[in-house]
Design a protein around this ligand. Structure first.
Ligand code: ADP
Length: 259
């Protein structure tokens, strides 16, 4: 028995250290997937080996964001091989486990089983695995917490009151589950007019920072509401891979998350 334990320990220590960073939000549409994709790309630009798991069961969008639509992973030794992208970030997605456009209505054990398939893919090379969670606090989040114990969680919120109340719930879920919250990101903060450059605040401003302070959680910075982010994301060219101010904002975020 002792020998078997030794063997298991040796196998365990031969694996490179892998950190799972979960990206969550209290509600949908706040830009969680956009932040997850660009955080992964920005981290990869710092020379780290990064993988991305799209666990957003309600609307898997990472294939579109990374420009890998239509590519399917193969299985090797009964484990999925992540799909390579142009941006140095391989991806496995809930979208790979269903037909394109088909709504996934899995509950409970099925959803957890699907998450397990994605997380137990061939990720041996990845030092950091970014996991784009579904919005809210459901079965996927529980499996994530209990079975895969992320090293930390990043919570994305817009500056609005309602989004912030939901973000607070997401922060509490991770903290209760023993997963440290790395911090809160304020997305869609400050709209930069593409014509005159004037900055306005359609969803308010500073709310997430104040909310993070109240919860005793670090504030990781702001990503502006910027048409270029939406356009480049839709085209499968993550803004974090470019050279513009958007890339700088995601690089800042990556620095704070990696610290
Ligand atoms: P979620 O994952 O929270 O549902 P998405 O990442 O899918 O949200 O983003 C929702 C929509 O908002 C997408 O069309 C996306 O391109 C857009 N979006 C996200 N963040 C920004 C931003 N900072 N500026 C402009 N558009 C954004």
């Amino acid at each position: 028995v002792a020998l078997m334990a030794d063997k298991a320990d040796a196998a365990e220590s031969a694996k490179p250290m892998q950190r799972i960073v979960a990206v969550g939000s209290g509600k949908g549409g706040v830009g969680k997937s956009t932040v997850a994709a660009n955080l992964a790309v920005a981290l990869s630009r710092t020379g780290r080996k990064v993988g991305l798991v799209d666990a957003d069961i309600y609307g898997p969008s990472q294939a579109r964001l990374l420009g890998t639509e239509g590519q399917k992973p193969v299985a090797h030794d009964n484990r999925l091989v992540p799909v390579a992208s142009h941006w140095g970030v391989p991806v496995l997605s809930m979208g790979h486990l269903s037909d394109p456009g088909q709504a996934i209505a899995w509950r409970g054990p099925m959803a957890s089983g699907a998450l397990t398939q994605l997380l137990e893919g061939h990720w041996d090379d990845a030092e950091i695995l970014i996991v784009d969670l579904p919005p809210g606090t459901g079965d996927i989040q529980l499996t994530m917490l209990q079975k895969f114990k992320p090293a930390g969680a990043v919570i994305v919120s817009t500056p609005q009151d309602l989004a912030l109340i939901d973000a607070t719930r997401a922060v509490e879920l991770f903290e209760k589950g023993g997963v440290p919250v790395i911090g809160v990101v304020e997305n869609m903060a400050g709209y930069i007019c593409p014509h005159c450059g004037e900055v306005s605040d359609p969803f308010g401003s500073g709310g997430a920072e104040a909310c993070a302070k109240t919860m005793g959680t670090p504030f990781l910075g702001r990503i502006p509401l910027d048409i270029a982010i939406r356009r480049e994301s839709d085209a499968g060219t993550p803004p974090a891979a470019g050279e513009g101010p958007q890339a700088a904002a995601f690089a800042d975020l990556a620095r704070r998350v990696a610290d």
